[in-house]
Ligand binder design. Structure first.
Ligand SMILES: *[C@@H]1O[C@H](CO)[C@@H](O)[C@H](O)[C@H]1NC(C)=O
Ligand SMILES: *[C@@H]1O[C@H](CO)[C@@H](O)[C@H](O)[C@H]1NC(C)=O
Ligand SMILES: *[C@@H]1O[C@H](CO)[C@@H](O)[C@H](O)[C@H]1NC(C)=O
Ligand SMILES: *[C@@H]1O[C@H](CO)[C@@H](O)[C@H](O)[C@H]1NC(C)=O
Ligand SMILES: *[C@@H]1O[C@H](CO)[C@@H](O)[C@H](O)[C@H]1NC(C)=O
Ligand SMILES: *[C@@H]1O[C@H](CO)[C@@H](O)[C@H](O)[C@H]1NC(C)=O
Length: 487
């Protein structure tokens, strides 16, 4: 990597007096200390400057990291934009990602990866059933496919699984997945890549969710980092008006890194999003609590959030892109360590409260059949063939552990113990995978539920909880109607 290249990427993370020491070949893993990220080689604080990246959206779901040509097309654009991280919502774990991962590495770009797919993810309607051994096999096989890359910043165990006031009961299953992922990485002697959760900004439970995922005595079940999908800064807003200031107060004692896993409201914006929030996010007003964020999203899809439009091999940058690039260039990171803290303690667990927080601290046991994956590895990745939401019964075939040649089930246990044995999900219409469904195009074949999220956000356009105004891109409301018809 050329020094000039890494210079732009890292310049902002550099203490005023220090010199960038770029190693030409590798990008060191990002480590967590207290509530912040750090470059493990030079010790400097790391702020995520990123975009969410899933060309094709959810309607034409494709693995963006398995196509070298697409990476050659887009990664130079990432460099031009001045980012250091992308988030990808869904990959095909049976494909080869080495070329794209190397291109990202050379460009100085880290990856935050969601481990779910639309077909292999927790179901909001029946989380117990969907938390089964085949589901975990897919998650673990995705870890197998990416654990070797130093530029994987972290994994998201789930995205907006709680997306409404009425599905907080799914939270223990998300925590179970977090625990299983961390245990799996240990069992395989992988680098302990941070595991996080990406939360929808639901006024009635945003703080409870943050606490829940960062509480309890079992270290492995607590997340390592927390992402919030936050669309509260719309247009040329301000730190106070957007509610960002309130959120900094709300999370002031949070012990682990928090970042905006999606931001970039497009409500009431006519001539490109101004992205003035960049000035707040990368300032010392927020840096003691937040560690940057990812703009939703790189490519223009049906929902109109793109920074660029892709047509075959060509990429055209729109006004949003130009504005964002300018804002990034104008705003360097806070000096020094940004006021991060190592003295915060993990959160107290919120109590169960009917209709508000319906999750207690009994984390479900891992389905017993999945324990074979700890011993022998996850085995053959199932890629897009993995379809796990209905795998509830004891007669379900469990993907064998270990090498690709195992023809017997090899693990002696077919049952998915947490499933209750016989009940089968009657609907896959609330998969919680990858793509942020409320912003996806209206493909009926992708069954993620857009309804709950959209309607919740639509209803809550008022001062709530911590006092922030929850503003909703109008697209969400349009989608709510579309999905009403689809469901
Ligand atoms: C953070 O901790 C301090 C000291 O214990 C306390 O005074 C403050 O109320 C806490 N803030 C929140 C938002 O809980
Ligand atoms: C926790 O929730 C589970 C599932 O709803 C329930 O079976 C269990 O009894 C609850 N445990 C406690 C201690 O409330
Ligand atoms: C099989 O299931 C039993 C009972 O749930 C459990 O004790 C045992 O560890 C499991 N064996 C394997 C290989 O998963
Ligand atoms: C597991 O399932 C397979 C296929 O459904 C079956 O052949 C095998 O006997 C089962 N093994 C156990 C231990 O139940
Ligand atoms: C939650 O409420 C929404 C309506 O806002 C409904 O569509 C959804 O099915 C409900 N989910 C559960 C798990 O009850
Ligand atoms: C929602 O919030 C926007 C922006 O603050 C405001 O213009 C609009 O009137 C609000 N709508 C409702 C129904 O409260």
């Amino acid at each position: 990597m050329k020094i000039s290249t890494i210079g732009t990427v890292i310049a902002a993370a550099v203490f005023s007096s220090s010199v960038v020491q770029a190693d030409s070949s590798d990008l060191p893993p990002i480590k967590i200390d207290g509530n912040a990220f750090f470059n493990s080689k030079n010790g400097q604080r790391f702020y995520i400057r990123g975009v969410d990246y899933q060309p094709g959206g959810s309607s034409k779901l494709q693995d963006p990291l398995a196509d070298s040509d697409n990476c050659k097309r887009d990664i130079p654009v990432f460099k031009d934009l001045g980012i250091n991280t992308i988030r990808v919502y869904s990959v095909d774990n049976s494909k080869d990602h080495s070329d794209c991962m190397e291109q990202l590495q050379e460009a100085g770009i880290y990856l935050v990866l969601d481990v779910n797919t639309p077909q292999a993810s927790l179901s909001r309607l029946d989380p117990k059933c969907s938390y089964n051994a085949n589901y975990l096999q897919n998650v673990f096989a995705t870890i197998d496919a990416f654990a070797k890359y130093d530029n994987v910043l972290g994994f998201f165990a789930g995205n907006e699984v709680i997306n409404d006031v009425n599905n907080t009961f799914t939270a223990p299953y998300v925590k179970a997945v977090v625990r299983d992922m961390k245990k799996y990485m240990k069992s395989q002697n992988y680098r302990q890549i941070p595991v996080g959760y990406s939360a929808a900004d639901i006024a009635s439970n945003r703080e409870l969710a943050a606490q829940y995922f960062n509480c309890g005595d079992e270290d492995d079940a607590r997340i390592d980092m927390f992402g919030v999908n936050d669309y509260s800064w719309c247009g040329d807003s301000s730190f106070e008006k957007s509610g960002y200031s309130t959120k900094v107060e709300t999370y002031e004692n949070y012990s682990i890194p928090i970042f905006l896993s999606e931001f970039g409201c497009n409500q009431g914006v006519s001539d490109g999003r101004p992205f003035t929030e960049i000035g707040a996010i990368y300032s010392d007003k927020m840096s003691s609590v937040f560690s940057g964020g990812l703009v939703y999203e790189y490519s223009g899809e049906a929902n109109g959030y793109g920074l660029v439009d892709i047509d075959g091999d060509s990429v055209s940058k729109n006004q949003d892109y130009q504005n964002l690039k300018k804002q990034y260039a104008a705003q360097s990171n806070p000096s020094g360590d940004g006021g991060y803290s190592t003295s915060k303690k993990h959160s107290d667990c919120p109590s169960y409260k009917k209709d508000v927080w319906e999750a207690n601290n009994t984390i479900p046991d891992m389905p017993s059949a999945a324990s074979a994956y700890f011993k022998k590895g996850a085995g053959t990745p199932q890629g897009t063939k993995a379809s796990t939401q209905n795998d509830c019964g004891s007669d379900v075939h469990v993907v064998p552990a270990g090498g690709s040649d195992s023809s017997d089930s090899g693990n002696g246990n077919n049952s998915t113990s947490s499933s209750g044995g016989s009940s089968s999900s009657t609907s896959t219409s609330s998969s919680t995978s990858g793509i942020s469904s409320h912003k996806s195009s209206s493909s009926a074949s992708i069954t993620t539920s857009t309804k709950g999220d959209a309607s919740t956000k639509g209803k809550n356009n008022k001062s709530v909880g911590a006092g922030a105004v929850l503003q909703v891109p109008s697209f969400f409301r349009a989608m709510a109607q579309v999905v009403d018809l689809v469901l």
